[in-house]
Write a protein that binds this ligand. Structure first.
Ligand SMILES: Cc1cc2nc3c(=O)[nH]c(=O)nc-3n(C[C@H](O)[C@H](O)[C@H](O)COP(=O)(O)O)c2cc1C
Length: 345
């Protein structure tokens, strides 16, 4: 029988020393992909598949796992795929491969969106490999933060990342925080009064003890385990937007730090933004910080227009992230088995 342990904890319990016992390149590529699938994705849809090829790994976006009501243009879907690409490259660097990403030029949805080339090297990218330990410990943490300001060392590591990616990483000014909190709250109300949005979310919400290998277990929202089996039907039937708005406004209003991922809305820019996002989340994790997303005002088109000037970027806002300190999330979200996302040609 499939148990909670299988899908919630086993994908995360990787013994990296096993890599050195592998006998061929295909097994090595599969092993690297076990880290790729631990990437975050919107609603934990895991919208990716992979094909192992002689040059490396082809990456596909799985549009059957899209979220038409909150992510109609599949921007978050592509950034999720980008995050998986970054985990793959970080694991590759850790195990002695150099990687490069070749993007598919066309807008067609079926070809791979990218090819990650992988070559053995004695000189792997240390900037990537130092993030490796955080792949297994990163969790999205929706709980309140303790209010402590971000320490100087942690802040310096985020500043370094922002300096390396000036086009896609922005610190939001403290004086914009209350306005942004208002926009998040408006987003919550507008989204949750829409039955289609609630149904879409409910389709991906799982009990704490689940056999599912994807979706968000409701304990991630702070719901006690015993009540998690009814969470999906509650979300489906009841508009909890007012309650959610008050909670999120409080979370944003009291967060020590707000950051934004910005990018143009085309496929390549979004895949690149997803890679930068994962670098940011892993850098924050390594620095002992917690984070969660507050993307509602990006997802609602009218609110995105109001948010844009607050971000001070030449590129449109894509993801809003609050960062601070809190006790870490103990239980990971489920993942699909890596074999289920590897396609053969
Ligand atoms: C592009 C993207 C958008 C996301 N948007 C939200 C969001 O709006 N609200 C939220 O609570 N979590 C959001 N998440 C977090 C996912 O729900 C989370 O990654 C997923 O449930 C897996 O959990 P984990 O990150 O702890 O592994 C987002 C993640 C990604 C990659």
């Amino acid at each position: 029988m499939t148990t909670e342990r299988n899908h919630r904890s086993e994908p995360w319990a990787i013994d990296d020393s096993e890599f050195y016992e592998l006998v061929n390149r295909r097994e090595e590529m599969e092993f690297l992909l076990r880290y790729a699938v631990l990437a975050p994705s919107s609603h934990n849809t895991q919208p990716w598949t992979f094909t192992i090829v002689p040059e490396g790994i082809e990456v596909f976006a799985d549009y059957t796992r899209s979220l038409p009501h909150v992510d109609g243009d599949s921007r978050e879907l592509l950034m999720s795929v980008g995050a998986a690409i970054m985990n793959l490259r970080i694991a590759a660097a850790h195990f002695g491969f150099e990687s490069a990403v070749l993007y598919h030029g066309s807008a067609y949805q079926t070809p791979p969106v990218a090819l990650v080339t992988l070559k053995e090297t004695c000189d792997p990218d240390l900037e990537l490999s130092r993030l490796f330990p955080a792949i297994l410990t990163r969790r999205t943490n929706r709980r309140p933060f303790d209010g402590e300001p971000v320490g100087p060392k942690a802040l310096a590591s985020l500043c370094d990342l922002a300096d390396d990616h000036p086009d896609s990483v922005r610190f939001l000014l403290p004086q914009t925080r209350m306005r942004i909190a208002e926009l998040v709250a408006q987003g919550d109300r507008l989204q949750m009064e829409n039955r289609a949005v609630r149904e879409e979310l409910a389709d991906w919400v799982r009990p704490a003890r689940t056999n599912a290998s994807d979706g968000i277990c409701a304990d991630a929202f702070g719901i006690p385990d015993l009540l998690t089996p009814v969470a999906a039907s509650l979300i489906r039937k009841v508009d909890l937007g007012g309650m959610q708005a008050r909670r999120d406004a409080q979370l944003v209003g009291t967060t020590p730090l707000l950051m934004m991922i910005t990018a143009e809305d085309d496929q390549r820019s979004l895949l690149e933004a997803g890679q930068v996002l994962e670098r940011l989340l892993l850098t924050a994790t390594l620095a002992g910080l917690q984070y969660s997303f507050m993307n509602q005002p990006v997802q609602v088109t009218t609110l995105r227009a109001l948010l844009t000037p607050l971000v001070r970027s030449p590129h449109p806002p894509q993801l809003l992230i609050r960062i601070g300190y809190a006790p870490p999330v103990a239980r990971a979200m489920p993942r699909r088995n890596v074999r289920d996302v590897i396609q053969t040609r």
